[in-house]
Design a protein around this ligand. Sequence first.
Ligand code: ADP
Ligand code: MG
Length: 254
Amino acid sequence: MMLSVRAATKLFGGLAALRDVSFDLAKGEIKAVIGPNGAGKTTMFHLITGILRPTSGRIEFAGRSVEGLSALQIARLGIARTFQQPQIFRSLTVLENVMLGADRSGRSGLLACGLGLPRTRLEERRQIAAAHEYLAFTGMADHAQRIASDLPLGEQRYVEITRALATGASLLLLDEPAAGLDETETEQLSALILRIRDRGTTVLLIEHHMKFVMGIADSVLVLNFGAWLADGTPAEVRSSPAVIDAYLGTAENA
Ligand SMILES: Nc1ncnc2c1ncn2[C@@H]1O[C@H](COP(=O)(O)OP(=O)(O)O)[C@@H](O)[C@H]1O
Ligand SMILES: [Mg+2]
């Protein structure tokens, strides 16, 4: 398994943001995590990426426990993510943002302050070329020299996704990548996610609504108030009585 989560629990004081949630993600799979606001979806991402530590439970990436590893160490193992609110360097260009992703030595924080660490010309040219390739892949080539904050939300998301890909990660976590996008943008994003999978990257993505994931996900994990509700193919999950009861019953999400 690329990712195994076993009985993950995260308590915040008296509140269980996650309780005893388990799931597997196979290499090459696209898995969606869905559930209403507050279901614990983002908390699950924080546990996987080492931003938060589980209260109990076990997380394995490529057969290796990530327990005790820092977020940076986990990133270096090959897990990259995007955030619900795009975390990009707003005053840098799109190209510079993507180059920071490619810098796997962990100097990103320093680079963000100056972008001026000693690098050989050759190394820098290689990094620029690699960043351009990733931008071409995500359809952002024409925006390479634009200042990130000048882009609309949808394209800021693409900057973040491109940067995550540029880390060379084998597992990509996307937190509500379609939020705020219109229908056309959402379709384009679906196509991009499929292409990301086709190039060999495993994808775990959070979505608020069922519709978006039906077309692209191989499997869907449903969370509700921090608890595991269902896990299976989109069709299985959609016809699960527990899911219909708790979540899909409302017209908005059906
Ligand atoms: N750092 C935190 N401290 C206290 N409570 C938190 C924290 N982060 C999340 N929560 C709570 O945990 C629950 C799950 O949150 P979250 O994982 O963000 O849900 P989702 O992403 O599914 O909307 C919510 O009730 C939220 O208020
Ligand atoms: Mg969330």
